[in-house]
Ligand binder design. Sequence first.
Ligand SMILES: Cc1cc2nc3c(=O)[nH]c(=O)nc-3n(C[C@H](O)[C@H](O)[C@H](O)COP(=O)(O)OP(=O)(O)OC[C@H]3O[C@@H](n4cnc5c(N)ncnc54)[C@H](O)[C@@H]3O)c2cc1C
Length: 375
Amino acid sequence: MTAFSLEPGQVAWCAELRELASQRLRPLAEKGEPGRVDRALVAELGTLGLLSRLFTSGALGLCLMRESLAHGCTEAETALALQGLGAHPVHAHGTPAQRERWLAGVSDGSVVAAFALSEPGAGSDAAALSLTAHPDGSGGWRLTGDKCWISNAPDADFYTVFARTTPDAGARGVTAFLVPADRPGLTGSRLDMLSPHPIGALRFDAVPVSADDVLGEPDGGFRVAMGTLNLFRPSVGAFAVGMAQAALDATLAHTARRDAFGGKLKDLQSVAHQVAEMALRTEAARLMVYAAATAYDAGAADVPRRSAMAKLLATETAQYVVDRAVQLHGARALERGHLLEHLYREVRAPRIYEGASEVQRDIIAKESYKNLEDR
Ligand SMILES: Cc1cc2nc3c(=O)[nH]c(=O)nc-3n(C[C@H](O)[C@H](O)[C@H](O)COP(=O)(O)OP(=O)(O)OC[C@H]3O[C@@H](n4cnc5c(N)ncnc54)[C@H](O)[C@@H]3O)c2cc1C
């Protein structure tokens, strides 16, 4: 057990993944259409065996994959993560029939998954969701309502959908359903975001679902959602660390080369100290992400607190590091197509999704006071 350096095998794997991301996945991603699911990219992630590792390599393995892919190709990183987010509820809570029907395709990249929790009226306050599952009188339900900002919508092949089965019961009245995209009454539209993210809105017009489509227990859907987010939050932090490291590496190279005032930019102490601060904060965030992931894998009691801390610190750090990197590169960083122009657009959303930074602070505070009460 390390506190905290990776094993040599893990270090080598990360180097291999960074190489794959920049040499093989980036050229493929550049051929994709921004804002659409890139099926060729997802299939390649399957061929490389990375998607099946979503379900076998634990939280730390997930973090190492996300960090390493993000370093060289954010689109590949995001495609991998979204398969995991959409399919983890099936992996963790699905019936044998559901798992058999969907997980092989998710792993080989032929089936695209999505996680549909947010609604126009329920984002941070997810327990306020109102997409309603009306009993159909024969043991099933009809889903009616809207979801929005759903990554991979409307291109996905199935959606993990959180719907209200018991009115006025808050988080205790929500059920998770596995809804294939071809169910009658389900339609979707695209949303155009700052970053090149496949994302859309979904409309459910009396979409039929049965007991066979439930993931976990009726009215137990919030546990499915929160369990998934506890696993994925540190890995959002890992995505952020990968972006921060890419920005830092670019800044090291640039400031070492760029002539300024009779020397190189790096010879200016204020520049070197900014780079040192970027390196310091990136490493601190990385350690916290690895520690949170390891706690998750060990089944530690304080996973929600540590996941929230890791996500909060890493995403805020990446924003800082990418912004500093833009500053130290000057005008060229803002040219369309520059790595930093791309990262500057990519780095913003993770501070909002899977719990905005303020929500992470709420979790950290709640969990910390709970410890006090437990004593
Ligand atoms: C790129 C992207 C991808 C996404 N993908 C998905 C997806 O795949 N599936 C899905 O279900 N959702 C997804 N989302 C939606 C995301 O989860 C929500 O945007 C998020 O939960 C915040 O909800 P909201 O945008 O409605 O903001 P609101 O809940 O309206 O909050 C707005 C702001 O208010 C503040 N705030 C909120 N709560 C608190 C609080 N408790 N204390 C203090 N301040 C607070 C924060 O500053 C917050 O940013 C995605 C979003 C983005 C941007």
